[in-house]
Design a protein. Structure first.
Length: 587
């Protein structure tokens, strides 16, 4: 007889075994289902990646494709006071997608009819160019930036091939202002020409794009400089203009302008193509990339070098000046006869080529070249911008030493070419105590200015401040004499030189200045490319009549913005040289 307790115990074990098997089966099913879910997600992800790759290969420029999706938003560019100069924001674009309706006709209406309709929305577009692009059947941007109301009007046209995706767009709140400093961003998100190119990595790196790039320029000063340059360029009917405002102690560029300018907000690919030299010329930076023979603005540099070398020890010494000078087979002329003889102060005031040629001849090639090399005149200008012109520097003999003729002509600013930026850095050294520093478009923290290199002794610089002030006070720079700002400077007018030689009917007019001369803070350069003689300039082409007045208008506008207030009770002390200016006595 079987024990009933044993039977019950066996039945319990069987139930436990069955329950265990059920649990194992349920767990296996759960794992199997989870695996299929993971496989499903993996397949979806693989399909998505394949689709992205397909779009990228078949239409690499399409908005939302690989070319656009990988770009982070660009960081801002600010002026030294935090004013935004370049920003990124979401915007609409107009995109032509010829495959929107499959393999059939890409458009509902004809390309010509659609182009005419689009020109009604965007009057600045060219109907023939739009017709050509629509008829080509090639996908691409028709317009990089459109307003929401424009998108609504385009939608009402009923063309599926016209799409308006939202994407990050670069915007320049100040329009054309500082365009040559900023540059622009192309359709691939790459900075071009200006600081957009220089800061490309910083502005697009996810780790740093939240930190704006801060420039040295002051937007208020930049606006004033551009405004007055445009006034001077229009008044003199000049081909172009360039201007610079620089801190003499740090090399910081407070403003830099080139005219004509361009609007980076409205720049289209066809505007910068090689086939359109007129538009291309507006992007060219005359301040940093164009080299000129700048003429008589070099004369103070020659005088400073001669003082430094001990060639000029007595400012009262007189030099023959009443007849053309024959030196090494060339004849040196003055604009007019300034008398039988001139001392150095009078020579600068009247801008005498004859006297400066004699000084340059005494100075000699090696000392002249040493000074100009110390000022960086034999190298591209020092600044962050990609567009930096290479100076035209005479070769010299087998050792690189200039001939006597080259030295003499260089003494009054001919025979070699530099950019206006070279000149701004040189004049900063001329008035700041003799220290040359590289120009920069990045804001420098207080006390962090580069050490630079010494070109002249402080005593030489102090003497040059007196001479430059005298030129503006009673010489060729009188039209730049802004009351209360103690301006000093020098005019320069040079004939345009190219491969065909010198052109007597074309000149470059420049005024190089600094203020206030009792304690120089800023250099101001104004250059006009090929000004014309007209009624507004008293039928004169020289810098005294067209470039100097620009500086005379700029300084009163920017002085208070930069912390320099007018004070008619102050001036640099020129009492020790005043008698030489007043009566022109001999030794």
């Amino acid at each position: 007889m079987v024990d009933k307790g044993v039977i019950l115990q066996g039945q319990g074990a069987e139930k436990a075994r069955v329950l265990k098997n059920v649990r194992a089966l349920a767990l296996a099913q759960a794992r199997f289902r989870a695996l299929w879910v993971l496989v499903g997600f993996a397949m979806l992800m693989l399909l998505a990646l394949l689709r992205i790759a397909h779009l990228g290969l078949s239409d690499p420029g399409r908005p939302g494709g690989e070319a656009m999706a990988g770009l982070p938003d660009r960081g801002d560019i600010l002026d030294r006071n935090g004013v935004p100069l370049a920003r990124a924001f979401p915007a609409y674009a107009l995109w032509f997608n010829p495959h929107a309706m499959g393999d059939g006709s890409p458009l509902v209406r004809s390309p010509a009819d659609l182009a005419a309709a689009l020109v009604k929305i965007f009057p600045d577009e060219d109907v023939e160019e739009l017709t050509r692009r629509l008829a080509s059947g090639k996908a691409g941007y028709l317009r990089r930036r459109i307003l929401p109301e424009d998108a609504n009007r385009i939608h009402a046209l009923g063309e599926p091939a016209l799409e308006f995706p939202r994407e990050a767009e670069r915007y320049y709140p100040q329009g054309t202002m500082a365009a040559h400093i900023l540059g622009y961003v192309d359709s691939k998100g790459m900075g071009q020409v200006g600081m957009e190119a220089v800061f490309q990595k910083q502005l697009t790196d996810p780790a740093t794009r939240g930190q704006p790039a801060v420039l040295s320029i002051d937007a208020r000063v930049q606006g004033a400089l551009e405004d007055e340059l445009m006034w001077g360029m229009t008044r003199a009917q000049a081909k172009g203009a360039a201007g610079i405002v620089m801190d003499v102690d740090t090399g910081e560029v407070m403003a830099l302008a080139s005219l004509p300018s361009f609007n980076p907000n409205a720049l289209r690919p066809q505007d910068i193509s090689d086939s359109d030299p007129t538009k291309q010329a507006n992007i060219f930076n005359r301040a940093t990339n164009q080299t000129y023979e700048l003429g008589s603005v070099m004369k103070p540099i020659t005088v400073a070098s001669a003082i430094e070398a001990g060639i000029i020890t007595n400012l009262a010494k007189r030099y023959p000046a009443d007849h053309p000078l024959e030196i090494a087979g060339i004849t040196v002329h003055d604009h007019e006869n300034y008398g039988a003889s001139l001392n150095i102060i009078e020579a600068l005031i009247h801008s005498s080529n004859i006297v400066l040629a004699q000084v340059g001849d005494q100075l000699g090639a090696q000392r002249m070249q040493a000074t100009l090399k110390a000022l960086g005149f034999n190298e591209r200008p020092y600044i962050e911008l990609p567009a930096r012109g290479r100076p035209i520097w005479p070769r010299g003999d087998r050792n690189g030493v200039w001939s006597r003729v080259t030295t003499v002509t260089a003494s009054y600013g001919h025979g070699f070419s530099i950019t206006p930026l070279h000149l701004a850095s040189a004049y900063s050294a001329l008035v700041n105590g003799g220290i040359w520093r590289p120009a920069t478009l990045q804001k420098i923290a207080p006390g962090q200015a580069p050490a630079g290199r010494r070109v002249w002794q402080a005593s030489t610089s102090a003497r040059m401040r007196q001479l430059l002030r005298s030129i503006v006070d009673v010489g060729t720079g009188r039209s730049a004499n802004a009351v209360g700002y103690r301006v000093g400077g020098k005019t320069g007018t040079a004939e345009v030189a190219d491969a065909q030689g010198y052109h007597h009917d074309r000149v470059v007019a420049t005024f190089a200045s600094a203020f206030p001369m009792d304690h120089p803070r800023y250099v101001v350069i104004a250059t006009l490319d090929q000004p014309r003689a007209n009624a507004a300039t008293s039928f004169q082409r020289t810098a005294a009549w067209n470039a100097a007045p620009i500086v005379g208008r700029v300084i009163p506008r920017i002085g208070p913005l930069l912390g320099v207030m007018p004070d008619a009770t102050r001036d640099i002390d020129i009492s020790d040289i005043a008698p030489l200016i007043a009566n022109g006595d001999g030794e």
